[in-house]
Design a protein around this ligand. Structure first.
Ligand code: C5P
Length: 221
């Protein structure tokens, strides 16, 4: 079974995908990591974010192992890291260079230790439209910019990363503008759209599980 979860930043995709991965024995790919890895590499090498050639070269050289190494850097998920990821993600040759790595992941789904999984779950922006257009179930998870910015602000606070709510809200809106300028980031035509603004993560999880269980019955027939 292949499941995709797309939607804007801080809509709750990651938490939801990780819980679903456990429940349905799926291996999980957080596809934002590939863009965060390239963006962080640009920052580490002091390359201006407009330097498309360097960004493309880093994307071509990126391996899963290197991405996991970079993910340990505190800037991987910081405001600066998120800005860099969003900037390099807007460069089409960067997206093209990172496509195969993302698509190959679901061809033979295995967990990190090599044991076989019952499928794969992806989260990102274009996983239902470009990465896995034939996925069994697609979700598009969203929430208002204010709700999402507050969630992210609390995460930064917990990690001790300095920021103000206003700064996080401003960046959330800027990232939406940048990320959703692409047609591929719009919800897939066959995606189930869920607005999480007024629901807890537990409520969203239950709702999504109901939909998956229902769909699995149809797939088994
Ligand atoms: O999901 P996350 O916030 O970690 O993604 C970081 C950035 O990577 C996003 O703002 C977006 O620009 C880019 N991205 C993308 N396509 C994906 C996943 C992420 O363009 N499938």
């Amino acid at each position: 079974m292949i499941i995709t979860i797309d939607g804007p930043a801080a809509a709750g995709k990651g938490t939801l995908a990780a819980s679903l991965a456990k429940r349905y024995r799926l291996t999980y790919f957080d596809t934002g990591m590939v863009y965060r890895a390239v963006g962080l590499q640009m920052l580490l090498e002091n390359c201006p974010l407009e330097d498309k050639i360097s960004a493309e070269n880093f994307a071509k050289q990126l391996t899963f192992q290197r991405m996991m190494e970079l993910s340990k850097n505190p800037n991987f998920r910081s405001l600066e890291g998120s800005h860099a990821a969003s900037a390099v993600a807007a460069i089409p040759p960067v997206r093209a260079a990172l496509l195969k790595m993302q698509q190959d992941f679901s061809k033979k789904p295995v967990f990190a230790d090599g044991t076989p999984a019952d499928g794969a779950i992806y989260d990102g922006r274009d996983t239902g439209t470009v990465i896995c257009p034939d996925a069994d179930i697609k979700f598009f998870i969203t929430a208002t910019p204010e709700v999402r910015a507050m969630r992210r602000f609390k995460e930064y606070e917990q990690k001790g990363q300095a920021s103000s709510f206003e700064e996080v809200l401003e960046q959330t809106i800027a990232r939406d503008k940048n990320d959703f300028a692409r047609e591929s980031s719009q919800p897939a035509k066959d995606a189930v759209i869920i607005d999480t603004s007024d629901f807890s993560i537990e409520q969203v999880f239950e709702k999504v599980c109901e939909i998956i269980d229902q769909r699995q019955k149809t797939l088994e027939k």
